[in-house]
Design a protein. Structure first.
Length: 606
């Protein structure tokens, strides 16, 4: 590594103007990033880690922030480093995307909904590198292949809303890598990705670093990712840097109490070995109110048999059906009362579609869904509306699922207003009880969604789902975008409610450590099918299907001395789930390898 740091943060202070006066997002932070080095900045939401990175790009000014003091030195290859905090807007335009690339956390807001993926990928190449349209297209195609997007030629013509969350994030990563920047700022780039894609993206970024000498500033709250990626770690807490050091030192000998608490709160794969029922997670600097496991019952609540959901692909001049997307293909499982069944798999495997099909938010093609003796598939619209009181959903993105124009109390009360039988006093009392239940102060009842953090918004979504005392809750990636500390609080809340109210959960997730912590039963999905299904201990401690084993291997370990190398990740390219009209897939056949533990024997495509 060279002597001169590529980027230097010197006594940085960033302030935001509010009604109550200026608030410091970053108070007095100094650290360096050297060429070819990965510096991970960790901390929970609100600690100032994203604000620091946005300051270097001078993007913080577009979010109402101002650099109050400090220097942001960047080595552009000249005689001396230049202070970016003094640069004009025009000069910054030539640096952003060209010399400093940025991968944003939320891919849908980072992409322009009205332009195709191809156009957005080639824009920076034509602007900064002066490439012709043909050369830019060829480079864009190559980038999409690098980030392992299936059918890249087709994706170039598509719009962001036509891609899954994982695919959108890969497009954003490809855009950031397009101009081969000298510094890559990655703000929570793998939060919304599955373990397999995450492992490959991390390996891709490591390879890029080796081949081009690109420095990486990696912002994350996932300590396992830090162990996999970092050379040095900067720990932030409430706008201050509280600890900095080499990655081994931070993990093996943390000095600051906050760093110790952060490492203790990380859920680790394998922690639940030998335990029969889900147990609460450790909290950051707090005592657990209830740490008893949740046993549940053996009585079935939800029985799903041979559920199949397909989406038509329209084409040609008359927009006729030319093919089908086989999103969910012949899946069967049972969820018991007071228990949790988790569906895991990569994005695009059909797990969210399966959850939505069970609630009939998406109409299944065929199959049987029995919820506590009610045949959900046979219900007419009015009957289905009444049945919805028993089955509720917590969506992945709480900001998108909440109404930005309604106060929180009205959003939690809305389900009760829609179903008769509640007086105004009942509704008010129930709302207050629900806010207490999800541990939000009653003063929040008059707030709007934008005034809350991600974790608080997710709690409102849980409160709303509980309003009608449902029997089943489908939690679709309910904690995937939350920090370690908030994730633990939300999961413990869900386990507590399960123990008290006897709730059943269909828990959809790609985080294997979280699934191990909260599940009674686990189903592993691949390309629309369940390839392995059984009790949690059986699936995690004795995985039989090659895809389940590959998933387990891809989970990053929170130990910098046990890093996964790129050669360990031998994932096969995911085949397309699109088949011509009339295509009949192979029949689903399972082998019972131990009591209740089933493995797919017919061809799953893996």
């Amino acid at each position: 590594m060279l002597d001169t740091p590529l980027a230097q943060f010197k006594s940085l202070r960033v302030e935001f103007q509010t009604k109550d006066g200026p608030v410091a997002g970053v108070k007095d932070v100094s650290f360096d990033v050297n060429p070819g080095e990965t510096v991970c900045i960790v901390g929970e939401s609100g600690s100032g880690k994203s604000v620091s990175s946005l300051s270097l790009m001078r993007l913080v000014e577009f979010g109402g922030g101002a650099i109050a003091k400090g220097e942001l030195l960047f080595d552009r290859g000249g005689a001396a480093p230049e202070d970016l905090s003094k640069k004009s807007t025009a000069a910054m335009r030539g640096i952003r995307g060209n010399e400093i690339g940025m991968i944003f956390q939320e891919p849908m807001t980072a992409l322009n909904p009205v332009f195709t993926v191809g156009r957005q990928l080639t824009e920076g190449l034509r602007l900064h590198k002066g490439l012709s349209q043909k050369d830019a297209d060829a480079r864009a195609l190559d980038l999409l292949k690098q980030v392992r997007i299936p059918e890249p030629e087709r994706r170039m013509e598509q719009y962001p809303h036509e891609l899954s969350g994982g695919m959108r994030q890969r497009v954003v990563i490809a855009m950031a890598l397009a101009c081969e920047p000298r510094l890559l700022i990655a703000d929570e780039p793998t939060t919304a990705l599955d373990v397999t894609i995450q492992a490959e993206i991390l390996a891709l970024m490591n390879r890029l670093k080796r081949e081009t000498g690109t420095a990486v500033m990696f912002i994350t709250h996932d300590m396992a990712v830090v162990a996999q990626m970092a050379d040095r770690v900067v720990v932030m807490f409430r706008g201050n840097k509280v600890e900095e050091g080499p990655v081994e030192q931070i993990f093996e000998n943390p000095q600051h109490p906050y760093t110790k608490a952060l490492l203790a709160a990380v859920p680790k794969l394998g922690e639940m070995r030998g335990k029969a029922a889900p147990e609460p997670m450790k909290l950051l600097g707090k005592e657990l109110k209830n740490d008893a496991p949740v046993p549940g019952t053996d009585q079935p609540l939800l029985k799903v048999r041979n559920l199949t959901t397909r989406f038509p692909v329209l084409g040609g001049f008359f927009r006729r059906k030319v093919a089908n997307v086989h999103a969910v293909e012949d899946i069967s499982f049972t969820v018991n009362k007071g228990q949790t069944l988790s569906l895991v798999g990569e994005s695009g495997c059909g797990k969210s579609t399966a959850g939505r099909s069970i609630l009939r938010l998406v109409e299944p093609l065929s199959g049987q869904i029995d919820l506590d003796g009610v045949d959900v598939m046979a219900l007419k619209p009015e009957g289905l509306r009444r049945a919805r009181a028993d089955m509720q959903m917590i969506f992945q993105d709480p900001f998108a699922s909440l109404n930005p124009q309604m106060q929180l109390v009205d959003q939690v009360a809305e389900p009760m207003k829609n179903f008769a039988g509640y007086s105004a006093d009942d509704i008010r009392a129930k709302c207050e009880m629900l806010f207490d239940r999800v541990e939000l102060p009653r003063s929040f009842m008059r707030r709007f969604p934008h005034e809350l953090s991600g974790g608080q918004r997710q709690r409102i979504a849980i409160a709303r789902a509980l309003a009608l005392n449902p029997k089943l809750i489908v939690a679709d990636e309910a904690v995937s975008a939350l920090d370690v500390s908030v994730q633990a609080q939300v999961l413990n809340l869900m386990l507590e409610l399960q123990a008290e109210l006897g709730l059943s959960y269909l828990f959809i997730s790609h985080d294997m450590a979280v699934v191990e912590r909260v599940s009674h039963q686990v189903g592993v999905m691949y390309l629309g099918r369940i390839v392995e299904l059984g009790p949690r201990a059986a699936v995690f401690e004795n995985p039989q299907h090659p895809y389940t084993r590959a998933l387990m291997k891809a989970v990053p370990i929170a130990d910098p001395r046990r890093r996964t190398s790129e050669s360990d990740l031998q994932f096969k390219p995911i085949p397309s789930p699109i088949h011509p009209v009339g295509h009949e897939p192979a029949k689903t056949e399972f082998e019972e390898v131990s009591p209740g533990h089933f493995v797919l024997t017919s061809d799953s495509g893996y």
